[in-house]
Design a protein around this ligand. Structure first.
Ligand code: ZN
Length: 460
């Protein structure tokens, strides 16, 4: 099976180039102007942008499985939504039960995803316990293609002490992987929540008050200090504040290597959403929370200056009714997380490229190339190059439309981006050389495969 993508603007590593691209089987075999059609099926991409498949570095599908607080999107619906938007690979967080092995979590996540995924997938591993037994599992994780880890500095049920974070960085360093961190000061969050509740301030408006910019900045600073002591690069996931960014800038100015992820919600929404009437603010409860416009502006500036490396979504969808409602009488009981994996590419195109804040090349780098490098998938994924996997997005930069929960693939009863006007849309997606999305509709499901990843490729 051979497909020729004709007349498109390819977003290549050196920038946009008018060119054709041929796929044979699952691989890109030819890139160049005016390629002969031959036996190939032709996809006309005139006036369209051709990207390497987008990689979502941060999803939580099928979380809290079997509980009242189960996420709305499982592996089938979550990856179908991701694919519809142009994401051809997601990296989801496998999380062991307390006291259980990393292998038990990896097995469980394979069970959940296997045969159900409509885009390719890999797993980050969450470290919540640390002992010689867990430490000894790391080589087996590497051998199974898990090379990235996550730790939390907040949340009673999952946070780890600084010493563990430090030892985890050192241990992952010997494997050539990378550790990301949820950077918020857990003690201060707990204090603030207790005080707000004691004062009877129980609405979603209290949520950002319990997760202040100082709490993020302190944890980013501490995390980077731990990494400095360990002498190994780390990742900061879902950076949301100017102050957190400044902490990272200061570390870089001292010569430290580090990587930053942010998310569309921190680039397109603000904390005003928590003031919405009734319980509407609950739809935006995620951690870290949405921030001030000055933070949004600072993150865009950092993205345009190539200081932010990757854009993931932290997709963690909960139904407004009944799941978010669990916190109707207590903001701290609102399940934290919002949907977004379906809309990340069009949001970044609309508010980034179309608004003149970033270039097409920068969008490609943040959504495809750098995720593939940092998480050990490059150059098979993350680039349009001869020999690379044929995971390809044909994006229509002239198709204006509105995001509406009523017409989304995400299996959730709202979207934080409701009624937002989009300047472009994913039209066609090739997954391993097969047309899986056409005209914005998913036409082939369950083709997703597990991606066995290699070590991190650091470029800074
Ligand atoms: Zn997350």
């Amino acid at each position: 099976m051979s497909i020729l993508i004709q007349n498109g603007t390819l977003i290549l590593p050196q920038g946009p180039v008018q060119s054709d691209l041929r796929v044979e089987g699952e691989t890109i075999v030819q890139i160049g102007p005016a390629l002969p059609v031959g036996e190939s099926q032709v996809l006309d991409a005139a006036g369209k942008l051709v990207f390497p498949g987008f990689i979502d570095t941060h999803t939580h599908f099928e979380m809290n499985k079997g509980t009242l607080r189960e996420t709305a999107d499982n592996w089938a619906t979550g990856t179908r939504a991701a694919l519809a938007g142009g994401t051809t690979c997601v990296l989801d967080f496998a999380e062991p039960e307390r006291g259980c092995s990393l292998q038990s979590a990896l097995d469980e996540w394979h069970n959940r995803a296997g045969g159900n995924a409509s885009c390719h997938y890999g797993f980050h591993m969450t470290i919540k316990d640390w002992d010689p037994r867990i430490r000894a599992e790391l080589p087996a994780m590497t051998a199974q293609g898990v090379t990235s880890y996550k730790v939390y500095l907040a949340y009673a049920n999952i946070r780890i002490p600084d010493a563990v974070a430090f030892q985890a960085i050192e241990a992952v360093a010997t494997e050539g992987g990378v550790v990301g961190c949820h950077c918020e000061n857990g003690d201060l969050i707990d204090c603030a929540v207790a005080r707000l509740k004691a004062a009877g301030r129980l609405s979603p408006a209290s949520h950002p008050l319990a997760h202040t910019p100082a709490m993020e900045a302190e944890a980013v600073t501490r995390w980077l200090a731990l990494a400095e002591e360990a002498g190994y690069p780390v990742n900061v996931v879902h950076l949301s504040t100017r102050r957190g960014l400044e902490a990272a800038r200061a570390a870089r100015a001292r010569g430290q290597k580090l990587y930053l992820e942010s998310c569309p919600q921190y680039l397109t929404l603000t904390e005003e959403c928590y003031q919405l009437p009734g319980f509407e603010g609950a739809k935006y409860v995620c951690a870290p929370p949405l921030r001030a416009q000055s933070d949004v502006d600072a993150l865009w500036e950092a993205l345009s200056g190539d200081e932010i490396d990757t854009i993931g979504t932290d997709h963690c969808s909960f139904r407004f009714n009944p799941t978010k409602m669990l916190g109707r009488d207590d903001f701290s009981a609102i399940p934290g997380g919002i949907p977004g994996t379906e809309h990340r590419p069009c949001l970044m195109y609309t508010f980034g490229v179309k608004a003149g804040r970033i270039t097409l090349l920068q969008m490609m780098q943040a959504l495809s190339e750098r995720p593939a490098k940092l998480f050990g998938m490059f150059p098979q994924k993350g680039t349009l190059a001869v020999g690379s996997d044929a995971d390809i997005v044909i994006f229509d930069p002239d198709h204006t439309w509105r995001i509406e929960a009523a017409h989304q693939y995400q299996n959730v009863d709202y979207t934080p981006y409701e009624a937002m006007e989009m300047a472009g849309r994913t039209d066609t997606v090739l997954l391993s050389g097969q047309v899986a999305v056409s005209g914005g509709k998913v036409i082939r499901e369950s083709l997703g495969r597990y991606i066995r990843r290699g070590g991190a490729q650091f470029w800074r």
